[in-house]
Structure formats: C-alpha cells, structure tokens
Design a protein around this ligand. Structure first.
Ligand SMILES: C[S@@+](CC[C@H](N)C(=O)[O-])C[C@H]1O[C@@H](n2cnc3c(N)ncnc32)[C@H](O)[C@@H]1O
Length: 266
C-alpha cells in the first residue's frame, strides 16, 4: 500500500506544474456547483482533503472570507508546494500539510466545512477516509464531496492497461483500485455518519476527436500510469496512446464521464 501511495505521490508531484493550466478549471467548476449548498458560521474553519494545488481551498477562502482556519492536506509534496505558493501569492494564510487523508492529523471537531474533490477513488479504505473527515468536522458541519465513479473512464483504463502491458510488460493498471459505484459512495457516506443533503450522479459519454490534449490531461490528473517511467518514456507512452486512439477509433475515442457530487452533514 505504501509503495502504491509513493508512486501516486511522485506521479502527482511530477504533474503539479501543469495541473492548473490543464485541469484547474474542471475542478473549480465542480466545487463552484457545491459551494452554494454550504452553510457555515462567520469566520469558518475549512479543510480541503487531497487539496492538490489548492484550487478548492482558495475558492472556498474567497467565498467565506475571512476564515478562522484554512487547512489543506495532500500526499504529493509537489502539489502541496504549488498550493503553498498560490496561497502565499494571494495573501491567504493557508496551512498546507503533506500527509495522508486516511489518517488526518487534526483534532476531532476542528472544522466547519470539509472539501474533498476528485480524491476518493485513490483511497485504499474509502469508508475509513470518510470517517476521518466526519471525525474532524464539528457537529452540524458539512462535507462537500465530488468523486469519479464507475463506469467513468472505462475505455481509457482499458486502453492504457493494454498499452502498458504490451509496451513495458508492467502489470495492468488494475493495481489501482476500481472506481466505486455511486451507490457505494452513498453507503460509505451514511456508514461514516453523514446525513445526505444532496446527492447527484451526473453521467455522460463524450467523443474525443483530438487524442493528444486528452492524453496530456489524463497524464496530469491521473498520472499513476506513467509514474515509474522516465520523462522520455512517459512522452513515448503518451504518444503511443494518442496514436492508438487515432488509428483504432477514427470516428473519435469514446470516453464515459461519471461522478458523484454530494453534500453530507454531521
Ligand atoms: C485529481 S487530484 C485532485 C486535487 C484537488 N482536490 C482538485 O480538485 O484539484 C487528486 C489529488 O489527491 C491526492 N491524494 C491521493 N491520495 C491521497 C491521500 N491518501 N491523501 C492525501 N492526498 C491524496 C493526490 O496527491 C492529488 O493531489
């Protein structure tokens, strides 16, 4: 497990500098849909779990300014470094910690609001991670949760599995846990003690006409599949993925998007 987490952290650290330019708007759009559902006291204490480059934390800081406490935690030192630099540049006194969301280093009942955007699928024990988020919320506090769920990206995972196996002989990507279903996420939230105030499961299929930007985006938002490769090896594999998509799907590569957007109250 720890080796898998190190691999994940090094992949994200490598992707950190391109993350905002390529993907930041996507995550920002998600959290902006949920923030209006948050009811927080004046000067709230806010935690962003798997904060990445701080997209969600800085947006919440703007919405609820002034905050009493702003914390972010992320496994990847490179992502945390970008979040720290952005907070400093914006004059936001955020405390960004490198650490594991499955063992949050905060006291019980510390926060009024917890954010967790597109991180849940990485956790080894998702229910436990949600229990941790529940533990650090004060009674009446809220969790805003966004996460990819099955069958999201199934076509992409199958393609990368095949390419990795054929080109490097490495184990298929399925060493990463499969995405949860929306029903599993709802069950985990309730088992952790949350009352669901909102639960949506948007899903749609898109057709990717231009493989290169899509592959670059996937290498940035889910970089685990290239984490063991040299930078040259990564570029070669990305090129191969794009080329395969063009040749095998001349009408465009199908990509399924599916997520949950949930608000839970303690
Ligand atoms: C797709 S990014 C999302 C980042 C951010 N929440 C956003 O919306 O832009 C996933 C992030 O989860 C972090 N992550 C994955 N597993 C983690 C864990 N166990 N503890 C803390 N962070 C984790 C990764 O390092 C990465 O920064």
């Amino acid at each position: 497990v720890e080796a898998a987490k190190e691999r994940l952290a090094s992949g994200y650290s490598r992707a950190a500098l391109q993350y905002d330019a390529l993907a930041g708007h996507m995550y920002l759009a998600g959290i902006r849909r949920l923030l209006p559902r948050a009811t927080v006291p004046l000067m709230p204490a806010i935690l962003d779990v798997g904060c990445g480059t701080g997209v969600n934390l800085l947006e919440a800081a703007r919405w609820f300014a002034p905050a009493r406490l702003l914390c972010g935690i992320d496994l990847a030192p490179g992502m945390a470094a970008v979040a720290r630099a952005k907070a400093a540049a914006a004059g936001v006194p955020a405390q960004i910690t490198v650490g594991d969301a499955e063992q949050l280093p905060y006291a019980d009942r510390t926060f009024d609001l917890v954010l967790c955007n597109s991180v849940l699928h990485w956790f080894k024990d998702r229910r436990q991670a949600l229990c941790e988020m529940h533990r650090v919320l004060r009674p009446g506090g809220q969790l805003l949760l966004i996460g990819a769920v099955a069958p999201a990206f199934q076509e992409w995972f199958a393609l990368v599995d095949g390419l990795m196996h054929a080109s490097t002989g490495s184990k298929p990507l399925s060493q990463i846990p499969p995405l949860p279903t929306a029903a599993e996420v709802a069950g985990h939230l309730q088992a952790a003690g949350f009352v669901l105030e909102h639960f949506a499961n948007p899903m749609h299929r898109q057709t990717i006409a231009e493989p290169e930007p899509f592959v670059r985006l996937m290498a940035t938002v889910a970089p685990h599949w290239t984490a063991d490769l040299s930078p040259e090896g990564q570029l070669a594999l990305e090129g191969l993925a794009a080329q395969t998509m063009r040749l095998a799907w001349p009408g465009g590569f199908p990509n399924t998007l599916a997520a949950v957007e949930a608000v839970g109250r303690k």
